[in-house]
Design a binder for this molecule. Structure first.
Ligand code: SAJ
Length: 412
């Protein structure tokens, strides 16, 4: 098939390459000319395990462009960010991608929306735009939300089960034939609105679960109980599976998708409460850090990790940003270190420069590489040896032995 994928980001690009590798003729479209040029030169705009090799193998059937080409199938994989002043989704990119497809849409073509959207978006927003161009409505429409986790995208795109919601049965069936060319997992067919809802429910479930873990961490501290140990023990129960507390929820999915459900509803309570709890975690972290350096004049703190989660270079919606801004407002000097990230709103230092003369390290991201750091050599460079580990990833005894005063959020 000729397939045109609109949006060459974290989802659109790997999807394009997997389809190309499966033998389809794929045109990847992005409005970012720089990204298209980069791809034409054979460079990837971001890292993911296995991407380089896949790019090499898929190149023959893949081309990047800034405009849409007439195809049999169109896949929309553009971002749906949150309008943060109103907490409602911004559908500009989805609308404009649909408008770009319109003039090329012929009878029998299929349009698949992969972007995460509020329920009923496909029918209320996408369908009328396409019908304006193809009055005969002799085209097919489906929603197939992506479910792959950043850091393991390709593996999950191939092996996770997939949900496809069709405007009608035929739409779902044709979309299934597209995905089954590279998906090994089960493919479940449903109606289009249910598919939209399923995606939001998954990410909301995770957000609410993390909010509960964060609340347990705060209660643990108040009551002098190690919440980490308590959560581990509670998870021994066959029907309990509590996630980990942390410095807050970041990324472009879990920190915004729950709003896509609650902002359209007049009855939702728990979803926005969970968002509120997770968004308040940076304040909790900074309050703790401030207490830890209260006795020091002109204190400096070092942020370990600005990526939104471990082992990725992605800083979108990272809780680190709020932690840094709040800490600076509290009069703390802040230096950041992240071995995975190249570019960030704040200057990134080498490990040595980040800790030189520092009074307290705050572990914000659960990068594997932080576990390998030798506390003995760091201890010599710091002015005061204090650590706040918001992820509970460091080897407690080893760091204590090197003279560090250790604090873990959620520990008594
Ligand atoms: N986090 C915690 N505690 C935990 C787990 C995560 O604080 O126990 C934090 C992370 O550090 C991070 C945030 O939550 O800041 C989100 O990370 P994540 O790994 O839970 O999820 P994402 O946002 O990287 O990817 C999610 C996935 N959704 C689910 O697992 C239900 C992924 O499968 C989706 O495809 C992706 O959202 C998406 O694109 O929607």
């Amino acid at each position: 098939m000729n397939i045109c994928v609109l949006g060459l980001g974290y989802i659109g690009l790997p999807t394009s390459l997997l389809l190309a590798k499966a033998g389809h003729e794929v045109t990847g479209v992005d409005i970012d000319e720089g990204k298209v040029e980069q791809l034409k030169k054979g460079e990837l705009p971001f890292e993911e395990p296995g991407m380089k090799e896949l790019f090499k193998n898929a190149k023959e059937n893949f081309k990047a462009k800034t405009s849409v080409e007439a195809s049999d199938v169109y896949i929309i994989a553009v971002p749906t960010p949150l309008d943060s002043s109103l907490n409602i989704p911004d559908m500009k990119a989805v609308k404009s991608a649909t408008e770009m497809i319109g003039p090329h849409l012929s009878d029998g073509d299929l349009v698949i929306l992969e972007s995460t959207v509020p329920p009923a978006t496909s029918e209320n927003l996408i369908l009328p735009i396409l019908e304006r161009y193809n009055g005969g409505t002799d085209f097919y429409l489906a929603h197939s939300p992506e479910r792959a986790i950043p850091g393991n995208t390709l593996e999950e795109m191939r092996n996770n089960s997939r949900i496809i919601g069709g405007l009608d049965e035929k739409s779902a069936e044709i979309a299934k034939s597209v995905y089954s060319s590279f998906v090994n997992g089960d493919i479940h067919l449903t109606d289009i609105k249910t598919a939209e809802m399923v995606k939001l429910m998954e990410n909301t479930f995770r957000d609410v679960n993390i909010a509960l873990a964060n609340e347990f961490a705060q209660i643990g501290e108040e009551m002098g109980i190690d919440a980490w140990e308590a959560i581990d023990l509670a998870n021994e129960h066959p029907r309990v599976d509590i996630l980990n507390p942390g410095p807050g929820v970041g990324g472009h999915c879990i920190s915004i998708d729950p709003w896509f459900l609650s902002s359209n509803s007049t009855t939702s309570k728990m979803i926005s409460l969970a968002r509120e709890i997770n968004d308040s975690m940076p304040n909790f972290v900074v309050n703790k850090a401030r207490e830890m350096v209260e006795d020091i004049s002109n204190p400096t703190i070092t942020i370990f990790g600005v990526a939104y989660k471990g082992n990725v270079d992605d800083t979108r919606k990272t809780p680190a940003l709020k932690i840094i801004k709040l800490a600076e407002n509290e009069g703390l000097n802040v230096r950041c270190y992240d071995p995975y990230v190249d570019e960030f709103e704040y200057e990134l230092y080498s490990l040595e420069d980040a800790v030189k003369g520092s009074d307290c390290i705050i572990v914000v991201t659960d990068h594997e590489k932080f576990k390998e750091i030798d506390p003995e050599s760091l201890s010599k460079q710091m002015r005061n040896k204090r650590i706040l580990d918001t992820r509970n990833i460091l080897h407690y005894k080893k760091w204590k032995k090197a003279g560090f005063e250790m604090n873990i959020t959620g520990d008594e």
